[in-house]
Design a protein. Structure first.
Length: 237
C-alpha cells in the first residue's frame, strides 16, 4: 500500500484533450486507485497540456520542485505520461526525485536497474580497451607510470569538486524555495521567524527533514539573493 507524500502529475498531449478532460479522468482514477489504502497524503495535483517529446515542461518542473521541497514521490498514471526518453528518467534520479507509475509500480527500479547494467557494461568495455592499450604500449617499450607527488594536488581538486557539488545543491534548494518565501512575504511574513513558521505550515522542512529556524531561513535568503535574477522571480499567477 502507498505510504508517504505524493505529488500527482497528469499530462495530455493536446489542448482539446485538456479542455474536454479526455484522458485526464482516466489518469486521475488510475492514480487514485494506486493510492487507495495505506498512509499517504497528496501534496497537490498538476495537469499539463504538452507533448511528451518535450522535456521543458513547466508543470512537470513545478512538480519536481514540490517533490524536493516536501520530500514527496512523483506519481503518474502511466509511464509514457512522464516521458519516453530514458535519459530524462535518469535525470529524475540525478535530481533526487523518486517517482512511481500507477500502471507499473516497479518501473522506477526496473528502468534505473537496466540503465545501471548498461553503464556497467560500458565501463567494463572502456576498462578492457584501456588495459589493452596499456599492454600494447608496454610491448612497444613505452615507460608506464611516473612520479606520484601530484597526488596531494589531485586530492585537493577532489575536495574542491565535492564542495562545489554541495554548494550547487544548496543553491538549487534555495531556488526551489524562492517562490514559497516570496508568497509568504506577500502574505505578511515580515520576520525570519514568520517565514520559518510559514514554511512549516506548508509542510516544507529543511533538507535534513528538520523544522525551520530563523538562522536556517537567513542562510537560504542569502543564497536566494546570490541567484541570477530569473531564478529569484516568483510568479504566483
Amino acid at each position: 500500500m502507498a505510504e508517504g507524500r505524493f505529488v500527482s502529475y497528469l499530462r495530455v498531449s493536446t489542448k482539446r484533450q485538456g479542455d474536454s478532460g479526455l484522458g485526464l479522468e482516466a489518469q486521475r482514477k488510475a492514480v487514485s486507485d494506486f493510492l487507495n489504502g495505506g498512509r499517504w497524503s497528496l501534496v497537490t495535483e498538476l495537469v499539463e497540456v504538452e507533448s511528451g517529446k518535450r522535456a521543458d515542461r513547466p508543470k512537470l518542473t513545478e512538480a519536481l520542485r514540490l517533490c524536493r521541497l516536501h520530500n514527496a514521490i512523483l506519481v503518474i498514471a502511466k509511464l509514457d505520461r512522464l516521458s519516453r526518453d530514458a535519459h530524462f528518467l535518469l535525470g529524475l534520479q540525478r535530481a533526487g526525485v523518486r517517482f512511481v507509475a500507477a500502471d507499473m509500480p516497479e518501473a522506477n527500479e526496473m528502468v534505473v536497474g537496466i540503465m545501471a547494467v548498461v553503464a556497467q557494461a560500458e565501463r567494463k568495455m572502456i576498462s578492457a580497451r584501456t588495459k589493452a592499450a596499456l599492454a600494447a604500449a608496454k610491448e612497444r617499450g613505452v615507460k608506464l607510470g611516473g612520479p606520484i607527488h601530484h597526488l596531494p594536488a589531485q586530492a585537493g581538486r577532489a575536495a574542491e569538486a565535492s564542495a562545489s557539488v554541495r554548494s550547487l545543491k544548496a543553491q538549487d534548494r534555495a531556488s526551489d524555495l524562492a517562490r514559497d518565501i516570496a508568497e509568504l512575504r506577500s502574505e505578511g511574513a515580515s520576520s525570519l521567524r514568520d517565514i520559518a513558521a510559514g514554511l512549516g505550515r506548508r509542510g516544507i522542512t529543511t533538507p535534513r527533514g528538520a523544522a525551520w529556524t530563523a538562522t536556517a531561513v537567513r542562510r537560504v535568503l542569502g543564497r536566494i539573493d546570490s541567484l541570477p535574477e530569473p531564478s529569484r522571480r516568483c510568479d504566483t499567477a
